[in-house]
Design a protein around this ligand. Structure first.
Ligand SMILES: [Zn+2]
Length: 94
């Protein structure tokens, strides 16, 4: 299992590529299926980030990150079950 620091390294690469979709490999399983979604109130320029791999369903969350233009933002003003895109219940690296 990848360490939290390895996930942070991958996070930096994917974050810097935004709003382009990165094909960076997952630090845990090596698949190029990393996903990054910002969670924020409508109009906010800072949010918390869900960052995970769709293949192995591991990842991290990062709080209070500036939201780059064009990034995928999930509004927090709706009930959790109505928020899109859906975020799987992934395991947090420690
Ligand atoms: Zn993975």
């Amino acid at each position: 299992m990848a360490t939290f620091d390895e996930w942070l390294d991958a996070y930096d690469v994917v974050y810097e590529a935004l709003p382009a979709q990165s094909d960076h490999a997952c630090p845990n399983c090596g698949h190029r299926t990393l996903r990054m979604v910002f969670n924020a109130r409508p109009g906010a320029d800072v949010g918390y980030v869900s960052f995970w791999c769709d293949t192995c369903l591991e990842g991290i969350s990062v709080s209070r990150a500036p939201i780059p233009a064009g990034a995928t933002v999930r509004s927090t003003d709706k009930p959790v079950e109505e928020r899109r895109p859906a975020i799987p219940n992934y395991r947090l690296a420690t």
